[in-house]
Design a protein around this ligand. Sequence first.
Ligand code: ZN
Length: 80
Amino acid sequence: MKVDCPKCNELIEELDLWEGTQEKSWFKLDEDGNVESGFVEQIFDDQIDFECPICGATLFHVEEEAANFLRGIRSRRPRQ
Ligand SMILES: [Zn+2]
């Protein structure tokens, strides 16, 4: 089933899901003054964004809310 995006009103049947990871690197200059950098570790970000694939608006941060939206269940969040 398709539901309409509250931002752009386009009918959509899926959302773009962004799950963040961040990479930590070191960054310094070598003896010649050239930039060097190197990977240290990868950190998983707790932030999850569900975006409209048409307009790119971030609609939800919680999986259950995003699923209910696609099921056609309106959230209590007022329309803008
Ligand atoms: Zn949209």
